[in-house]
Design a protein around this ligand. Structure first.
Ligand SMILES: *[C@@H]1O[C@H](CO)[C@@H](O)[C@H](O)[C@H]1NC(C)=O
Ligand SMILES: *[C@@H]1O[C@H](CO)[C@@H](O)[C@H](O)[C@H]1NC(C)=O
Ligand SMILES: *[C@@H]1O[C@H](CO)[C@@H](O)[C@H](O)[C@H]1NC(C)=O
Ligand SMILES: *[C@@H]1O[C@H](CO)[C@@H](O)[C@H](O)[C@H]1NC(C)=O
Length: 177
């Protein structure tokens, strides 16, 4: 009898709701921003076609580019279109190089980012152009429910059945008890 009461207290509904709210919060950043490792598992290196790498990918406002490379060799410089085409690194618009060979470029402007490595590596293919788009509008099909619109917007729609399923399981649990 004592043991039963303790079990009930440990899994009380407020705690279940709190855990659900917490897991929802954890899911939000993942749904809204992507960190792209440039070159994927080949990273930022010569003799990789980064036009091929970027092909078919969608880059949205708030995403990041992550450059991983040998800090003693390459670097990460943002240039304009002309300089990207001619591999001219003499007047970069922005020097994203921080020195550790691990650089992050926040894609916070809707434009095409032209990024090259200086030190001659651009001529070996270390150049990438990514077009940054605004986030797509939420799909028309999702109903707008006043008071709880965020729960139904794209990305979280899959969570709702889980919430209901857990709620139902909880009810069953209570009745069986
Ligand atoms: C890289 O790939 C693009 C698209 O497939 C192609 O047009 C381009 O010629 C390639 N560049 C090199 C240097 O091979
Ligand atoms: C890029 O910058 C150079 C000067 O550094 C300039 O001569 C050139 O016209 C610029 N190109 C574009 C497309 O803005
Ligand atoms: C870019 O910045 C890094 C770190 O501050 C510096 O060491 C490097 O010389 C700079 N490169 C260029 C091309 O400005
Ligand atoms: C984008 O990020 C860069 C670097 O953090 C910053 O200098 C710039 O002001 C930002 N631009 C906007 C529009 O937020």
């Amino acid at each position: 009898m004592m043991e039963d009461m303790m079990k009930k207290r440990v899994f009380s509904p407020p705690i279940v709701l709190l855990l659900l709210a917490f897991s929802l919060l954890l899911m939000l950043p993942e749904a809204s921003a992507t960190k792209f490792t440039v070159g994927d598992n080949r990273f930022w290196n010569p003799n990789i076609n980064y036009t091929e790498w970027a092909k078919g990918k969608h880059f949205y406002l708030g995403d990041w580019l992550y450059f991983v490379y040998d800090r003693n060799q390459a670097n990460v410089l943002e240039v304009n279109k002309t300089e990207y085409e001619t591999c001219n690194s003499d007047h970069p618009l922005q020097n994203w190089t921080r020195g550790a060979g691990r650089d992050v470029v926040p894609l916070n402007v809707t434009k095409t980012y032209y990024i090259i490595s200086g030190k001659g590596f651009c001529f070996s293919g270390m150049k990438v152009a990514v077009h940054v788009e605004k986030l797509p509008p939420p799909p028309k099909a999702s109903p707008v429910v006043s008071g709880a619109p965020n729960l139904f917007s794209s990305g979280h729609i899959l969570l709702m059945p889980v919430v209901f399923a857990i709620g139902t399981a909880w009810d069953a649990f209570i009745h069986l008890w």
